[in-house]
Structures are given as structure tokens and as C-alpha cells.
Design a binder for this molecule. Structure first.
Ligand code: DX5
Ligand code: ZN
Length: 246
């Protein structure tokens, strides 16, 4: 099942409720909330009060992507504010297993995120614990960056691992998703598609969501062919060498 998760990072924060609602009317079924602390990433965004405000105006799951250091200290506040899903970066968690259990203990779905430079196999031990794995297809910190194509083989690898180990996590992708990239990520196996600038910086968020979802669903119906050959290193490993700087 393909789901669209608009990132409110690119929304007009003065009109946040209306913009989020418009994206949901266009078919979005999750709202992605980017939390940045100015330490783990070179940018600062929002915290629990904004999640609490969104909770009041929207019924869809709130997917809180924590790009912060020491996430354990803030997980209770995000859960209290109404987060449904909370994801943390593998790179930010010294005791990742403990952090994922902490998220679940607060009644939220735990997710784990990997940066473009982090291999899928860094997650081997925690895959049975997570509701979703979020593959960053840009370096986190900003909206509107260029899609990093080496993320495609990481999505493919996750999909294979899930099948071979008979696990149930969902595969989410975040960064540079728009009309030119959405088909490739869907064919690689991504199911939850985060998009910020493609939804909130192209005019009507409702229509933008509708069109992007349409492209994604169309790609999901196409036979998978030739994807790996477009990615240096194919699907055999997850180290890859393709680089794309913003
Ligand atoms: C980047 C964020 C993304 C970002 C995506 O650090 O995690 O969610 O908002 O923005 P686009 O879709 O514009 O690349
Ligand atoms: Zn994000």
C-alpha cells in the first residue's frame, strides 16, 4: 500500500492547519513532521507544541522524524503532544535498541532512520523492533535538495531483507521526492513517500498531493525492470558510490 506523507517543513507555518488539511484532501494519509535541533542537523525547526496544534486539526497519523541529539529526552513530550509514529536516527542513538523500546513504551510506533552514508546493515539487529525504516534520500536538514540515487539500492535491499527474514516493517523514503523521482522509489519498494517542496511549494497542496500520488500509484502498477542497472553497484551491496550534492 502506497501512502503519501507530506512534510510540513515546506508549508506556510502561518497557515499550517489549512495547508495540512488541503494535503490530506488531496489523498495524503500521514503527515510528516521534521524536528531539527541545530546540532544533529544544521537547522532548527519545531517542537512538541506544533505537534499538539496539528493533533487538534488532523486525524491522520503524525509521523515525527526526530533529527535531534539525545532523542530519549524528548520522546515523552512528543508522545504526549500526540505523535503517532516517532522515528530516530541510527546515527544519533548510542543505545538504539533502548530508544526504540522507549518509543513503543510511550504508545507510539517506533521507526529508525538512516542517512545517505549509513549502510542498511547497520540496522540488522533492530529491524524486528520497528514499524518503519526511513531511508534518507538527501542529507537531512533542509527541504528542496536533490535526490541521492544511491538510496534506491538501499530501498531494494531493505525490501529483500524484509522478505527473506519475514519481517513486517514498512519502508519510507524522504528527500527529493517529486514527479521525476517518485516512480523509481516506488519501484525500488518504498511504500511511504515523504514530500515537502513537491506538495507545499507548487501552488495548491491538494492538487499537488493528488498528482504525486497518482504518479506513485501508476508506478506501483508497472513491472519492475532495469532499476538496478541505473544505480552504480546494483543491489548486491548497500555501500554504493553514486554521489549527488545539493
Ligand atoms: C529533510 C527532511 C525532509 C524534507 C523533505 O531533512 O527530513 O522531510 O522536508 O523535503 P523535500 O521533499 O523538499 O526534499
Ligand atoms: Zn523528514
Amino acid at each position: 500500500m502506497i501512502e503519501l506523507a507530506p512534510s510540513i517543513l515546506s508549508a506556510d507555518f502561518a497557515r499550517l492547519g489549512a495547508e495540512a488539511q488541503a494535503a490530506v484532501e488531496g489523498g495524503a494519509t500521514v503527515l510528516h513532521v521534521d524536528v531539527m535541533d541545530g546540532h544533529f542537523v544544521p537547522n532548527i525547526t519545531i517542537g512538541p507544541p506544533v505537534v499538539a496544534s496539528l493533533r487538534k486539526v488532523s486525524k491522520v497519523p503524525l509521523d515525527c522524524h526526530l533529527m535531534i541529539e539525545r532523542p530519549d529526552e524528548f520522546i515523552p513530550a512528543f508522545a504526549e503532544a500526540g505523535a503517532d509514529w516517532i522515528s530516530v536516527h541510527q546515527e544519533a542513538c548510542i543505545h538504539l535498541d533502548r530508544t526504540l523500546h522507549l518509543i513503543a513504551a510511550h504508545g507510539c510506533k517506533p521507526g529508525v532512520v538512516i542517512n545517505p552514508a549509513t549502510p542498511v546493515h547497520a540496522l540488522d539487529e533492530v529491524l524486528p523492533l520497528v514499524h518503519h525504516v526511513l531511508v534518507m534520500s538527501v542529507n537531512p536538514g533542509f527541504g528542496g535538495q536533490t535526490f541521492i540515487r544511491s538510496s534506491l539500492k538501499k530501498i531494494e535491499l531493505l525490501s529483500r531483507i524484509r522478505e527473506s527474514r519475514q519481517l513486517g516493517f514498512r519502508i519510507e523514503v524522504d528527500g527529493g521526492i517529486h514527479h521525476e523521482t517518485v516512480a523509481d522509489v516506488v519501484r525500488a519498494g518504498a511504500e511511504i513517500l515523504v514530500a515537502g517542496s513537491a506538495i507545499f511549494e507548487q501552488g495548491d497542496p491538494s492538487e499537488s498531493a493528488r498528482q504525486l500520488l497518482k504518479s506513485a500509484l501508476h508506478a506501483a502498477k508497472q513491472p519492475v525492470q532495469g532499476l538496478s542497472s541505473a544505480v552504480p553497484g546494483g543491489v548486491a551491496g548497500d555501500g554504493g558510490s553514486s554521489l549527488s550534492l545539493p
